[in-house]
Design a protein around this ligand. Structure first.
Ligand SMILES: NC(=O)CC[C@H](N)C(=O)O
Length: 364
């Protein structure tokens, strides 16, 4: 089945349809991880984006029950070089193609993803459309012009609609769900936390009514300014002397709450090998990243920058100088990616219990 990918600048890539036969659109981003396609597809932060995977062979270890980062595929579409239709792995239960069909996600294969990535890297991420049903390029360009203007509240699309509890015997953690990845919840659970996942729309008052020992602000899709109405609520929560830990979108919202500003990166950070320096220890961590926005330099004086990205110097972590509040732009929960930073979860939980001992994490 023939398929086409058209970018907002008019570039056309011809390929072969993958997954569900149809038409899909969104911002085209590239991820440089070598493995982890299932986690990437199901990560709510990719909601509505067309994900290009730079690793040339995708699907080779199939799809399994354990690697879900949420309840469904959130990426709007998938762009790859080569699809492996006969996966081989002891846990594999499905092929990538069938998986995409099940969730009605349209993809495209046989694409020169190297050329596409170079284009996105030099011009910046662009809007695009993938279709295996419409091949007329004029028609596809028309779709881009229409859809690029469409506004969606992506966080609303992915957040839980009612509070959900994952019981544990340890400290009570409220997770504000902007599109939380399962691995964040898995780590908190492995450390014994009594977890309440609340809809992103919950007010500060509602969050506090759970009497939390700590609050986690999750990752999530889109521009943090799309949910700027949450900023005063987060500011109110972050100044109550309750430990708060933010991840990715949660980090950006926390920065905004303390008077910082966000901006859009040229092509974002999406991959599993981003070097980040912890400025307090001088150590370099290899991190998983997936973000298109970042905090601007020039944060208020009460905020300390704790981590920076060694590729481009952008802010990767902050902490409040007086309050028990900190956050990272990257993903300590990995899923997929290196686990250099998983101890951040121990640090957070230890703050809540006052324990000194670092519990050994369960390996996922
Ligand atoms: N993974 C995330 O939380 C991403 C945050 C935000 N949507 C961004 O792209 O910057």
């Amino acid at each position: 089945m023939e398929a086409k990918l058209v970018l907002e600048d008019g570039t056309v890539f011809k390929g072969k349809g993958l997954g569900y036969e149809g038409t899909t659109w969104g911002e085209v981003v590239f991820n440089t991880s070598m493995t982890g396609y299932q986690e990437i597809l199901t990560d709510p932060s990719y909601r509505g984006q067309l994900v290009t995977l730079t690793y040339p062979l995708i699907g080779n270890y199939g799809i399994n029950h354990n690697d879900f980062e949420s309840y469904e595929i959130h990426a709007g579409g998938l762009i790859i070089r080569e699809d492996c239709s006969r996966p081989n792995h002891w846990q594999s239960q499905n092929t990538l193609d069938v998986f995409l069909k099940e969730y009605k996600i349209t993809g495209i294969t046989n694409i020169d993803t190297r050329a596409l990535t170079r284009r996105l890297r030099s011009k910046g991420s662009m809007f695009g459309v993938i279709s295996s049903e419409i091949l007329d390029e004029k028609e596809l360009n028309k779709i881009i012009k229409q859809k690029i203007k469409e506004k969606r509240c992506l966080v609303e699309e992915v957040s839980v609609s009612t509070p959900t509890r994952i019981p544990g015997k340890g400290p009570r953690v409220v997770v504000m769900d902007f599109g939380v990845k399962y691995n964040i919840v898995r780590y908190l659970k492995s450390l014994g936390a009594d977890i309440f996942v609340l809809p992103y729309s919950s007010s500060a008052e509602e969050v506090l009514s759970y009497n939390p020992d700590g609050i986690l602000l999750s990752n999530g899709p889109g521009d943090p300014m799309d949910i700027s109405e949450k900023v005063p609520e987060i500011q109110s929560l972050a100044t109550k002397n309750i430990p708060v830990f933010g991840i990715c979108l949660g980090h950006q919202l926390l920065g905004l709450a303390f008077g910082g500003r966000t901006y859009k990166l040229k092509f974002g950070h999406h991959g599993g090998n981003h070097p980040v320096k912890d400025l307090r220890t001088g150590k370099v961590l290899i991190t998983t990243q997936n973000h298109g926005y970042a905090l601007e330099d020039g944060l208020p004086p009460e905020i300390e920058v704790t981590h920076i990205n060694l590729n481009d110097g952008t802010i990767e972590g902050i902490k409040h100088k007086d309050l028990p509040v900190s956050s990272v732009q990257y993903h300590p929960e990995a899923g997929p990616g290196p686990k250099d930073s998983t101890l951040l979860f121990n640090e957070f939980i230890n703050k809540l219990t006052g324990q000194r001992n670092v519990k050994k994490l369960v390996n996922f």
